[in-house]
Ligand binder design. Structure first.
Ligand code: PRT
Ligand code: MG
Length: 212
């Protein structure tokens, strides 16, 4: 049995064409079923639905043989025990610093003021501000980062941006782009050896179906 870990939503949707290229069709719609293990048209391939941030953990410990996870999630996880053969170029966005549109970020940085930054991505954020020599106090959040500057919890956020509509709707502006983000295929290192005959063709089919 090959077990693939995916998160519901954009990663599931954008992985479907890659699965199709490998001849795999998921037989149930995650938005309609309450099942967490979904069968496919291949009796020896199944999909498990986990939170986006849990995908690397499932694959690392062998709860799944492979999975699809955002670079954001992989950087925070650390990537231990994971083979990352492919950038799938899906679920694309960027990680950015944003502030309230009335907050003069450049002036605060120039003055050397300590800036309070709320984020789910504390590892990446700490590194980014250290590299820039910006003094920050990081506040760990698990979601809705956009609310932090509006309530006075923080001066800035580090979050993912794709269309930019969420920032605009909340009177926030992007002041720095930290990195481009896309999702990668991650494979359990032991599974790659033990189930090589099944996993190699799957990885090759995915590789051949990546859109530029
Ligand atoms: O939603 P949940 O709390 O369950 O988990 P999650 O947010 O970790 O999962 P999900 O499925 O929302 O995201 C999975 C992966 O998709 C992330 O790890 C990213 O690699 C990738 N991705 C791509 C995004 C976005 N684009 C994105 N726009 N993840 C989140 N967003 C959010 C962003 O955080 C912000 O709140 O969408 C909002 C901004 O969108 P725009 O279009 O308004 O700019
Ligand atoms: Mg989300």
């Amino acid at each position: 049995m090959i077990t693939l870990a995916l998160s519901k939503g954009r990663i599931f949707e954008e992985t479907l064409p890659l699965l199709a290229a490998a001849g795999i069709e998921v037989l149930e719609d995650p938005e309609k079923t309450r099942k967490l293990i979904l069968p496919t048209n291949q009796p020896d391939v199944r999909v498990v639905l986990v939170r986006a941030t849990d995908v690397p953990t499932y694959v690392q410990y062998g709860g799944a043989d492979l999975g699809v996870a955002g670079k954001d999630v992989l950087l925070e996880h650390g990537g231990e025990g994971l083979y990352q053969p492919l950038d799938l170029n899906i679920a694309k966005c960027r990680m950015s610093v944003a502030v309230r549109d009335d907050f003069d970020y450049a002036a605060q940085v120039k003055q050397g003021t300590r800036i309070r930054v709320a984020t789910k991505y504390t590892t990446v954020a700490r590194q980014h501000f250290a590299d820039k020599g910006v003094h920050v106090d990081l506040i760990k959040l698990y979601g809705s980062m956009e609310l932090a500057p509006l309530t006075g919890l923080a001066d800035a956020i580090v979050d993912l941006v794709s269309t930019g509509k969420t920032l605009v709707a909340n009177h926030l502006v992007e002041v720095e782009q930290i990195m481009e983000i896309s999702s990668r295929l991650v494979v359990n290192q032991a599974a790659l050896k033990l189930k090589r005959d099944k996993l190699r063709p799957l990885i090759d089919a995915f590789a051949g179906a990546i859109q530029p």
